[in-house]
Structures are given as structure tokens and as C-alpha cells.
Design a binder for this molecule. Structure first.
Ligand SMILES: [Zn+2]
Length: 450
């Protein structure tokens, strides 16, 4: 029994203080406070002052398993997800081996059963080995449990493969999530093309590397009359293209990451490889447009692109002295090369709620919009049952304390990796309990939060 929380479920037009009772994994009753008596055998949790919301879902994470257990495993990743308030996460296919066969999907699902944490949603590759040439057997992947298709990490260059995959995958009732990048334009880029990449002496990734491909695929979606999803949009130009394509009837959804709506490219000077990702952090104006697009509904969802890396992959040794202390410093040739080699991406599962709440506290978005972007719309993309706090539905629930202040300390992450540009940042708001099918898989309880 969750007592006295603010129950927010925009899918049900629900926003008010209610008691919520869970019996046998299912929401059994929702009543005004005090109406329901205590019952023997039902645990009582006082969640006064907290939000009780449909379980959060992240449509874009990298769990590195199989292949890179020093970075993350399915078990550690799903526990990190639960600690961040997520009840389900979609794990991308760029593992080793790639998730392009039912055997790998079944391995992932078997590992997930040991985690007692967030639910794993396997993402199937679009092309065998992410090589962009041979289509995967999509039907067998759906049968094995895949609910989203993506070559994420790699773009799909071949337009005929793209058209065929779009046809077959939408025919099965599922969606392709696209990592939009023209590699002829992004090249060896290690930061947004502009002032910062120049100052560091590294190659830049121009906005066009993303928008050119977005333009191609939006045209394809309009022509085919089929849905497509754009992963991690980073730039104002992509947002304009999405708006224009929607006005022409395109069934487009898109996601933004917490780092792209929070940080601009100058973070690279402070955090170096811990602020290096693909697509890169963009300009202040891009960040402003992304936030505006979250407010007005152009952006459908928040996804973390959780990308754990160990310090070796991030070239931390070669670059330890280069950033933070003296952000004006130019990189030497060897250091610029190390920055170029450093792996892309940051961990995001355990900071996403706090960063989204920054926008709520600044009134950029309201609580209902945050829940749409972190629970309802992700469920739709993955073709999961609509997330809903109503009687008879599975109890997948996140409890968020929107006022709880804490400081990001990567050393305390549940994730095996610590690569984040948000270390030391004070956040206001945190998931304090995560419930999957009625089972509490994360409880911040009385843990001391710094
Ligand atoms: Zn990507």
C-alpha cells in the first residue's frame, strides 16, 4: 500500500493525492487518503510528498552484455536502471556478439531473469553484425522477444536495405530506431564542429552529419507512409526537419538524451572524454531549441543512451591532466589523438530523473509532460501495454521524491561504470522506489544521500 502520494498519470488524466493498493502484482485499489483501512499482510509505505507515476521506461541503453562485462553486465545494468527509477529498458544490439540472432536474445533474457530489477526489452539489430549489408531475420527476432530494431552505434547507409527493413519491420508491427549519422561528414570528429573542437585541436562533427541523414529518412517515412523513430536528436536543425515532416503527415517519433538537453559543447572543456559522445554535445542555441521541443511536444521521449565505458576505453590515463583544472589548455598532438580514440558515450540511468526534474523545477516542462516522455510514449514505441495507474493493471510503478537533494557521486553508482560529466552536480529530485509487477526492485529507504 502506497499511502498519500501524488498520483500522476497523464494517460488517465489523473493528478491528485491518493492511496494505491497492490495485491498479487496488480493495482487493486486507488482511493482518497484514509478511506482504505490497514489490512493484515499488506505492507504500508508512506510516500507523502512524493510522486507515484507509471513505471519509467528507457528505450535506449547499452548494457554491454554479452561481450564487455568490465563495463556493464545485464544484471548490473538492470539494477542501475531500477536505482534510477526505470521499470524497463531497451538494450541495444551492439554487443559482442551482436544481437542479430535468437540465441543472443535468449541469452540476454535468461540473464535478465537473475537480476530481479528492471525488465529487459531486447533490441534486435537491423543488419547482420551491424554491417549494414544483410538484413536480420526479423520475424525470428520478434519470436525470441525483440520489440525494437536498431543498428544503433552505426548508421544504416544503404538506402535499399533501409527501405526493405522499414517495410518488413513495420509489417511485423514494430519500429526501427535510427542512429542518424553520415560518416562521410562526421569522420574522426571528437566534438561538435566549431569553437570548441578548434580550441582542442580535434576534428569536429558538423550538424549536417546528423541532419542530412534525418532528411533522407524522414522523406523515406513519408513516402512509405510508415513510422520511424529517431534516436538521440542533438541539433535544432533536426527538430525543424521533424516539425516539417510531421506537417506533411510523417509518423515520426524522436527521443532526446538528458545530456543533450542539459549540457552544451563547452562541457567538453571541463570533462574531456566524459563529455564525449556521438552525436556530440552541441551549441547553447541547440540546447535551447531541444528544451523548447520538449515543451511543445515535438520531442516524444527522453532516453538516456546509457553507455558505460571503463577508464581504458575512455583514454583517461593519457588525458587525466588535460581537462577541468585548466580548461583553456590546448591539447598536444598525442592528447588530441587520445581524445579522438576515446570511446563515445556516458552512463545515464542513475541521473536521468534528476536531470529531467531540473526542467520541471524551472517550469520548462510540467510533471505530466515528464511522465509522458519517460513512461507513456516509450511504452508506445516498444508496443508494450499502455502504462497506466488503474485498477487491474500490472503494478509497474516509480515513486519519485521531487524535492530530495543529492549530489552525483559516480563512486556510488550501481552501474559498473562511472563515465559521467555530471559528477559533483547537485540535483533536486530522485526516484526512491521502483516497483516491477508489484515487486519492489529498488528502495532508497533510509540510504544517506549526500
Ligand atoms: Zn547512437
Amino acid at each position: 500500500m502506497l499511502r498519500g502520494g501524488r498520483v500522476i498519470d497523464p494517460g488517465n488524466e489523473l493528478d491528485g493525492v491518493l492511496d494505491l493498493r497492490i495485491v498479487d502484482g496488480v493495482i487493486d485499489a486507488l482511493e482518497r487518503p484514509g478511506v482504505m483501512p490497514k489490512a493484515a499482510g499488506v505492507a504500508e509505505v508512506d510516500v507523502g510528498g512524493c510522486w507515484v507515476v507509471p513505471g519509467l521506461i528507457d528505450v535506449h541503453v547499452h548494457l554491454r552484455d554479452p561481450g564487455f562485462p568490465q563495463k556493464e553486465t545485464i544484471v548490473s545494468g538492470l539494477r542501475a536502471a531500477a536505482a534510477g527509477g526505470f521499470t524497463a529498458v531497451a538494450a541495444m544490439a551492439n554487443t559482442s556478439p551482436v544481437n542479430d540472432s535468437p540465441e543472443v536474445t535468449r541469452y540476454m533474457l535468461a540473464q535478465a531473469r537473475n537480476a530481479r530489477a528492471a525488465t529487459l526489452i531486447p533490441v534486435s539489430a537491423v543488419s547482420v553484425g551491424l554491417e549494414g549489408t544483410t538484413p536480420v531475420d526479423y520475424q525470428s527476432m520478434v519470436r525470441a522477444g525483440a520489440r525494437l530494431f536498431s543498428d544503433d552505434g552505426m548508421p544504416i547507409d544503404d538506402q535499399s536495405l533501409m527501405a526493405r527493413a522499414l517495410d518488413e519491420i513495420t509489417g511485423l508491427g514494430f519500429t526501427i530506431s535510427l542512429h542518424e549519422e553520415d560518416r562521410a561528414l562526421s569522420g574522426q570528429g571528437a566534438a561538435n564542429a566549431g569553437e570548441i573542437s578548434k580550441r582542442l585541436g580535434v576534428a569536429g562533427v558538423p550538424i549536417k552529419a546528423e541532419s542530412k541523414r534525418v532528411r533522407r529518412d524522414l522523406a523515406l517515412a513519408i513516402g512509405a507512409g510508415k513510422p520511424l523513430h529517431l534516436a538521440h536528436v542533438s541539433a535544432a536543425e533536426s527538430i525543424s526537419l521533424v516539425r516539417a515532416a510531421r506537417s506533411r503527415g510523417a509518423q515520426i517519433t524522436c527521443e532526446v538524451t538528458p545530456h543533450h538537453f542539459t549540457l552544451d559543447e563547452s562541457a567538453v572543456l571541463q570533462c574531456g572524454p566524459d563529455a564525449k559522445m556521438n552525436p556530440p554535445l552541441r551549441s547553447k542555441q541547440d540546447v535551447a531549441v531541444l528544451q523548447e521541443a520538449m515543451t511543445d511536444g515535438t520531442i516524444d521521449m527522453i532516453a538516456t543512451d546509457h553507455a558505460p565505458h571503463d577508464p581504458v576505453s575512455k583514454e583517461m590515463k593519457s588525458l587525466a591532466q588535460c581537462f577541468g583544472v585548466n580548461p583553456e589548455r590546448h591539447l598536444g598532438e598525442d592528447e588530441a589523438r587520445a581524445m579522438t580514440r576515446a570511446a563515445n558515450g556516458i552512463v545515464g540511468l542513475e541521473t536521468a530523473v534528476g536531470l529531467a526534474l531540473e526542467l520541471v523545477h524551472r517550469a520548462v516542462i510540467g510533471p505530466a509532460r515528464m511522465i509522458e516522455m519517460m513512461a507513456l510514449n516509450p511504452a508506445r514505441l516498444l508496443r508494450l501495454d499502455a502504462r497506466s495507474l488503474s485498477i487491474g493493471r500490472a503494478a509497474d510503478i516509480t515513486v519519485i521524491d521531487p524535492e530530495r537533494r543529492w549530489r552525483v557521486d559516480p563512486g556510488r553508482f550501481v552501474s559498473l561504470s562511472h563515465n559521467t560529466p555530471f559528477a559533483g552536480r547537485e540535483l533536486k529530485g530522485k526516484a526512491i522506489m521502483t516497483i516491477v509487477a508489484g515487486e519492489i526492485v529498488y528502495d532508497a529507504g533510509n540510504e544517506r544521500v549526500q
